[in-house]
Design a protein. Structure first.
Length: 262
């Protein structure tokens, strides 16, 4: 079974984030998206149960290979990083087209059975990528998964969303996005870190992708359907108002709510 896991190189959540010219500044204290660790672990467990290989793929700026290397240390067998200045400014849909192009390219070597992603990235938090990727591949999508069972022909999942507990199944190949409730990601030991250095890690540009469907889509800022109009740092927690109740506390509270929701 060949399993692809999509990962992302993102600014560290503890670092100071900055937006310049409508874009989040990258390349400073970037790391593997924390939620992707659960997707990598899920992919490795599937291959441990069924055999095959795990291929970690990402689209990102220079330095994204550091996150790919961490995925290799955590058990992926191979990694592909697509980095190209022409991709700067891509939105979730553009990113999905590129990743679908990578998956279709890998499929020329042998069928891809399953694609796993995190439910979101901690930088954009749009949660759009799994659905957009499924649409690009024309594969079924199962999202927000906290239990997963894979057989050679189908995947069955459990999820809790919108007040419902669902059990769903889809035929393979499929795209599945997982939550951090699914598993506990393994921490790579020295042996795993040493082994990762001998695993294939390929750096591709757009010119390395020959998928005909990809050529129909504009990527980068030109093809983005969304645009950041403005962004500013949050000033932090605001001071509250203390009201001494002299019998009219409810009225004071109602007046305050009326003010803040104008």
């Amino acid at each position: 079974m060949r399993v692809v896991v999509c990962i992302k190189h993102v600014p560290d959540v503890l670092s100071e984030r900055r937006i310049e010219n409508g874009r989040l500044v990258r390349g400073e204290d970037d790391t593997l998206n924390e939620l992707d660790e659960n997707a990598v672990e899920a992919a490795v467990q599937v291959v441990e149960d069924h055999g095959g290989e795990v291929i970690a793929i990402t689209m990102g700026p220079e330095g994204a290979e550091d996150s790919a290397m961490l995925a290799l240390q955590k058990g992926a067998d191979r990694a592909v990083v697509v980095t190209d200045d022409r991709l700067a400014g891509s939105d979730a849909v553009g990113t999905a087209h590129v990743l679908a192009g990578v998956i279709n390219q890998l499929a020329t070597e042998g069928p891809i059975d399953l694609v796993l992603t995190a439910m979101a990235s901690v930088d954009g938090m749009t949660s759009m990528l799994p659905a957009a990727l499924g649409a690009s591949l024309n594969w079924p999508v199962l999202g927000v998964v906290h239990e997963i069972e894979v057989s050679p022909q189908r995947v069955e999942i459990a999820r809790s969303a919108d007040g419902f507990n669902d059990r769903l199944a889809a035929p393979l190949p499929a795209v599945v996005s997982v939550t951090d409730q699914l598993n506990e990601p393994r921490y790579p030991n020295f042996k795993a870190m040493k082994a990762a250095r001998s695993k294939p890690l390929d750096i591709w540009s757009l010119d390395d992708l020959t998928d005909a469907d990809l050529q129909r889509w504009a990527v980068g800022e030109e093809g983005a359907g969304t645009q950041i109009l403005s962004a500013s740092a949050d000033s932090g927690q605001r001071a509250g108002r203390i009201v001494n109740d002299a019998g009219n506390g409810g009225e004071e509270l109602a007046n305050y709510i009326r003010e803040v929701v104008k």
